[in-house]
Design a protein around this ligand. Structure first.
Ligand code: TRP
Ligand code: SF4
Length: 333
């Protein structure tokens, strides 16, 4: 029997290259070896955006379209929407009863989020009960399938550690070994920065979307920061101080291309504009098949809806098995 993987993403709408290179591409590679469950965590979105739900449906669809375009295969993996598997909510209740409050309070991601909310005027009251339960809800996501591994970015590892603690506590309290203590599996991939050199993010206006056209992508790449000390195109450049463009070359170019760019740049034989024009073409080459696939799903939204519906039904069947056992262990009526 294959080992099980569970991971998820909040429905933030159209995804960018940071999501693709940092998370999705990694999931794609795990699909053959593991039995995978990938969740669009719409309840997690509600923890901070409960009053901004107008675009929820569209956001969920866009996330799933990006996953499919990037190569998540619904024949191999189970793609589902969190709220369509209500068993997770039930499990969340049982887990919340056995989770000491201070375990949740020391969660670093939550502390950061609370700090950000507090710094916004009048937002202190928005640290709701549901937001405090965020890591326990994520634990419920993972334990709903009794997953063995959870592929996540470094920022989510603390949550998986908490999941292990809660799984162990459940096993102790109910005198069982039912829950596996899942392992975090760090995404081993290149972290791509934004066009301005900061972390790539939707709200920073520095991202390249998976769904951007080739033209928009090429244009965005032209705005990428280069070696700031370089005034003229025949000045010798410093690839290592080229804040964004050369870093992108290292992600998208092959070894000989990277070497050529480096040599020509250092010798002042390569202007930044030309360099970025080539880079844009290179990135577009890599994204061509992904874009084709995405266009297909955009034109066939009913197929995406069907994939979500069938995936969620399949996920529910597995979830119900786990919940039946949990109810028995907790000795519910
Ligand atoms: N909390 C994760 C994030 O914000 C998303 C998520 C929800 C998740 N449920 C999960 C990740 C389960 C891994 C496993 O990125
Ligand atoms: Fe960067 Fe290319 Fe300009 Fe060199 S030539 S500084 S690598 S953009």
């Amino acid at each position: 029997m294959k080992k099980k993987i569970m991971s998820g993403m909040r429905p933030t709408g159209k995804l960018h290259l940071g999501h693709y290179l940092g998370v999705i591409d990694n999931w794609v590679k795990l699909q053959d070896e593991y039995d995978c469950y990938f969740s669009v965590a719409d309840w997690h979105a509600l923890t901070t955006k409960y009053d901004k739900t107008e675009t929820m449906k569209e956001d969920v669809l866009n996330v799933v379209m990006d996953w499919l375009a990037c190569g998540i295969d619904p024949e191999k993996s189970t793609i589902y929407v969190q709220s369509l598997v209500p068993e997770t909510a039930e499990l969340h209740i049982y887990l919340s009863m056995i989770t000491p409050q201070n375990w949740v309070e020391r969660d670093p991601t939550l502390k950061d989020m609370a700090k950000i909310l507090k710094s916004k005027e009048g937002m202190a009251s928005q640290i709701n009960y549901g937001l405090m339960g965020y890591p326990v809800l994520m634990t419920a996501d993972i334990l709903t399938f009794n997953a063995d591994c959870v592929p996540v970015g470094i920022d989510q590892v603390a949550h998986v550690e908490l999941t292990r603690d809660i799984a162990r506590r459940f096993n102790n309290v109910y005198n069982t070994d039912f829950f596996v203590e899942p392992q975090p599996k760090l995404n081993n991939c290149s972290l791509i920065c934004g066009l301005d050199g900061n972390k790539m993010g939707k709200s920073f206006n520095n991202d390249i979307k998976i769904s951007d056209t080739a033209e928009i992508t090429a244009k965005k790449v032209m705005s990428a920061i280069t070696d700031r000390s370089r005034m003229r195109k025949d000045d010798p450049g410093h690839p290592d101080e080229c804040e964004v463009a050369f870093k992108y070359w290292k992600i998208f170019g092959n070894n000989s291309e990277i070497e050529t760019v480096k040599c020509e740049c250092e010798k002042g034989l390569r202007g930044c504009a030309d360099c970025k024009r080539q880079l844009g073409a290179k990135i577009n080459e890599r994204l061509a098949t992904i874009r084709e696939k995405r266009a297909y799903y955009e034109n066939n939204p009913h197929e995406v809806e069907r994939i979500i519906k069938e995936g969620s039904e399949k996920a529910r069947v597995e979830a119900q098995k786990v919940l039946a056992e949990v109810r028995k262990l907790v000795k519910m009526y």
